[in-house]
Design a protein. Structure first.
Length: 214
């Protein structure tokens, strides 16, 4: 169903398998029974959740009581060089020693509970992932990750601690991701257009932790 409360589903074997999981605009839309099962799963745990849905599915969800949520913007670019990022922060690859701090920065940057830090700390070192941190001296204050598969990559988990925003950290991390990307295969075509998705929430009050920083 594309819920952002994936941690609960990851740790709970009762989590429903919902048709159309993941990119809802590319998969078959879930049946009403699937939606019932997913909603019941979270209702039993008193957990609010968010979905990213294609416009047609968003209309169905709105009729079921879902509310329009703040958009998470995604951008698509080629592999041309990134303009030099002006920053006083230092970019480093995240290894085992930096992984806990990397996870803590991502969680804090998105306003998530501290418990999520351990979840994000498990990303560095996984196949296909390149994780970077921007440091102020020895302190990681910004983080970002790149997942590469074939000729495409997904820049994710870009987060900066509130007190260190506006210092060029994310620009430097984007440049670092580009420099560390796998070489593009000869003859690869342009990235396909990405259909829009609408984010809707259910049972999540305004200002609840987990909303992206505005």
């Amino acid at each position: 169903m594309g819920v952002t409360s994936a941690v609960a589903a990851e740790r709970d074997r009762e989590a429903p398998e919902v048709a159309g999981s993941g990119d809802l605009w590319r998969a078959a839309p879930p049946a009403d029974a699937d939606l019932d099962a997913a909603e019941a799963f979270y209702a039993r745990r008193s957990i609010g959740f968010t979905v990213a849905a294609a416009p047609a599915l968003a209309t169905r969800l709105a009729a079921r009581g879902y509310a329009r949520d703040r958009a998470w913007t995604k951008f698509v670019r080629g592999v041309e060089p990134v303009a030099h990022a002006r920053t006083d922060l230092r970019v480093e690859d995240v290894g085992p020693a930096l992984a806990p701090a990397f996870g803590a920065v991502v969680a804090a940057g998105f306003g998530l509970p501290e418990a999520f830090g351990g979840w994000f700390a498990a990303v560095p070192g996984r196949p296909g992932w390149t994780c970077l941190a921007a440091l102020d001296g020895r302190e990681p204050v910004a983080a970002a990750a790149l997942f590469a598969a074939g000729r495409q990559g997904w820049a994710a988990l870009g987060a900066t601690l509130p007190g260190h925003r506006g210092r060029g950290g994310q620009g430097a991390l984007l440049a670092g991701q580009r420099d560390r990307r796998p070489r593009r295969r000869r003859g690869a075509g342009p990235l396909p257009p990405q259909p829009a998705a609408i984010r809707l929430s259910r049972g999540r009050p305004e200002g609840e932790p987990g909303r992206p920083p505005g």
